[in-house]
Design a protein around this ligand. Sequence first.
Ligand code: HEM
Length: 494
Amino acid sequence: MVVVVLLLFSASLCLLLHLLLRRRPSRLPLPPGPRGFPVLGSLPLIGPKPHEDLARLAKRYGPLMYLKIGTHGAVIASSPAAARGFLKTADANFANRPPLSSVREITYGYQDVVFSTYGPRWKLLRKLCVTHMLGGRALADLSPIRRDEVGVLLRSLRDSSSKTPVVVPDALMSTMANIMGRVVMSRRIYDESWEFKDMMQDLLTHSGFFNPGDLIPVVGWMDLQGIQKEVHRVHQRFDAMITQLLADHAACVHERKGRPDFIDLVMENRRGSDGETASDANVKGLILNLFTAGTDPSKVVMEWALAEMISNPEIMRRVQSEMDQLIGKDRRLEETDLPSLHYLQAVCRESFRKHPPTPLGLPHCSSEPCEVEGYYIPANTHLFVNLWAMGRNPEVWDEPMEFRPERFLNDGGRGAESEFELIPFGAGRRVCVGKQAGLLMVQYIVGSLVHSFDWRLPDGEKMVDMEEKFAFSLPKAVPLTALVSPRLAPAAYA
Ligand code: HEM
């Protein structure tokens, strides 16, 4: 009897403590934010450029803002301090992504890395990426592939008549996707197959879908805009193609003896030391991530860097002169030159500041209620970090609308990541796994293009159109076209 009473007493005590602890944070206020409308929340305040609308609202309500997007609670961090509060202090609690119906099917039920639940499977997939592709050692081993593909790009631009404008994003996408194709499955897949090219366009167009069903679950089943139907079509198409590619790849494994590619290495190491195993769906999801997250943001920021330099020719000349002094004109830029090219690095950082390719990062979601910066944040709150607003905040950056790489030179570490001032790759546990590779490729490709060619706008065009378009990422609304003329000795393009 005494035991039963003691058990009941302890159980009640636990329940009481649990309730008290759970309730404690609710005494804190929610962060400020717009009241919103019934059911729709603040959805009517957010248009086709959500990063701009959220930045405008943050000016009114502050850098840590709470609003309802449909029926979901969301916090928007728009300052370095607010970003640190979530991605460092409350990082563990925000290590998951929200479940979004628009990506569920395309990611094989969140079996990829980007949307995977934070846990052992996610760790294994990230480890496979780092060990066999994106970590320092693998990255160095793969440098001949990048060198080859940048050579192909430079020669194709040299051979384009100086009267035919180059469509810059198309040329960049082709290079990024062929690098990825060779690294992942030893194929220049983008140039080989029209269908693959078309499918990637399809994927990038539809991965950025904004689905009301995600935001207002009660209308989800109706699929009002036919989005689920479109996502289903794109997924079926991707799955059929990737299944065939993997079968072809497996059939010629003997041809790659002694020089395995990423898929070979993943297949060999798909069982982790803790027994966790990457399934076929995980492998397909991973490939999906690599061909989308691994290509598009780099392409986007490179296009912006070139657009800014064409608009500011004195900056272009300074980058060229830095490279001419170090490299000369008889050879092309090598990745090993990059650490000495401080102005080129500053140009790339400035491009990431003014044009973060993923303006709202990727969404995170809280698992438990918590306190951030003195505010109560409920469980299941979606988090968006407005990287675009942070890069244009006049309290952080002098004359933020100016493209001024000099701000990153000799200034004692302006834009330090540790201060969360410049975090285009995100931060914390879910930080971009391709950060080192992305930075390297952006510097290498932008540097190679500017060292190898003079750039100007097509005849009759006076200014670069700098309008943005919100999609999977934030590219230029009007693709950059330009005329190039070679500036290196002919042998340097070999
Ligand atoms: C300029 C280039 C790139 C930019 C600006 C960029 C940006 C980002 C951002 C903002 C995130 C979300 C971080 C967060 O949730 O806090 C992310 C995640 C991710 N990125 Fe990148 N990225 C780039 C290049 C790459 C490359 C080259 C790869 C792979 C080859 C890659 C693969 C991924 C993956 C797999 C994730 C999900 C990580 C996770 O959820 O654990 N990215 N990226």
